[in-house]
Write a protein that binds this ligand. Structure first.
Ligand SMILES: NC(=O)c1ccc[n+]([C@@H]2O[C@H](COP(=O)([O-])OP(=O)(O)OC[C@H]3O[C@@H](n4cnc5c(N)ncnc54)[C@H](OP(=O)(O)O)[C@@H]3O)[C@@H](O)[C@H]2O)c1
Length: 214
């Protein structure tokens, strides 16, 4: 599949790009600056030993992909979605962003209730938005010496988009579950600030979650 990961010059999107490229997906790293995206793509090709990673400005990346991953900090979330609304409203979108506030570290969602619900509110009722990967740490994704493992909950209102994202997650070694409506996105987004606090208490940098009982 051809994916654009907007903001994949940062660790989270970059790690996802490495992992998905190694499984044969064509990846376009998106950035606000085309030259930064091109440099990140060159580094990714070298690091992952692949040829299928490219770099483009965010708008071109989104136009050229079948699925778009949003991987920017909350400070730039709304503006990016509004800027690229026409393109993103037409395609499956995976939002992996988390709205944080600091001192104390906490979940701080926008008025819509979560970043993913903000995305849907901007892109419209017919948009195909899913959210997931919130509890997978960037440090795990970028460390290619370790196979990926762990569980991730995928939410969304479009069954086809959820299925695509679940398969993408499984292709890189994760257990991925359809966790239901995008109305639950606040639940999954809010796990991450809690896990960051737990990382500090337990001396880790990649605590995640496991679903049991199957
Ligand atoms: N780190 C984790 O372990 C983790 C885990 C789960 C989810 N997440 C979420 O995934 C997202 C990305 O995480 P990250 O750690 O990779 O973030 P990051 O490094 O802070 O940012 C990623 C990229 O976003 C772009 N960016 C920065 N400010 C922006 C703005 N105001 N407007 C538009 N683009 C902007 C930058 O790319 P350019 O300068 O190239 O445009 C930057 O390299 C965040 O929402 C984070 O909460 C992170």
């Amino acid at each position: 599949m051809k994916l654009a990961i907007l903001g994949a010059t940062g660790d989270m999107g970059y790690g996802l790009a490495l992992r998905l490229a190694q499984k044969g997906h064509e990846i376009i790293i998106g950035s606000r600056l085309e030259e930064k995206a091109i440099a990140a793509a060159e580094k990714a090709r070298e690091e992952a030993g692949v040829s299928n990673v490219f770099g483009m400005a965010n708008s071109e990346a989104a136009k050229n992909a079948e699925l778009i991953v949003i991987s920017v900090p909350t400070a730039g979330h709304r503006a990016l979605l509004e800027e690229l609304k026409a393109t993103l409203a037409e395609k499956p979108v995976l939002d992996i962003t988390i709205p944080f506030a600091f001192k104390p570290l906490r979940y701080a969602p926008p008025a819509e209730g979560s970043n993913a619900l903000e995305t849907k509110a901007i892109l419209g009722d017919n948009s195909r938005v899913a959210a997931g990967f919130h509890t997978i740490s960037a440090s795990l994704l970028t460390d290619l010496s370790h196979p990926l493992s762990g569980d991730t909950l995928i939410v969304g209102d479009d069954a086809d988009t959820i299925d695509i994202v679940v398969e993408l997650a499984k292709s890189i070694g994760l257990n991925a579950y359809n966790a239901g409506s995008l109305l639950f996105s606040g639940v999954v987004e809010s796990l991450t600030p809690m896990l960051i606090g737990m990382n500090k208490r337990y001396g880790s940098n990649h605590l995640g979650i496991t679903v049991t009982g199957f």
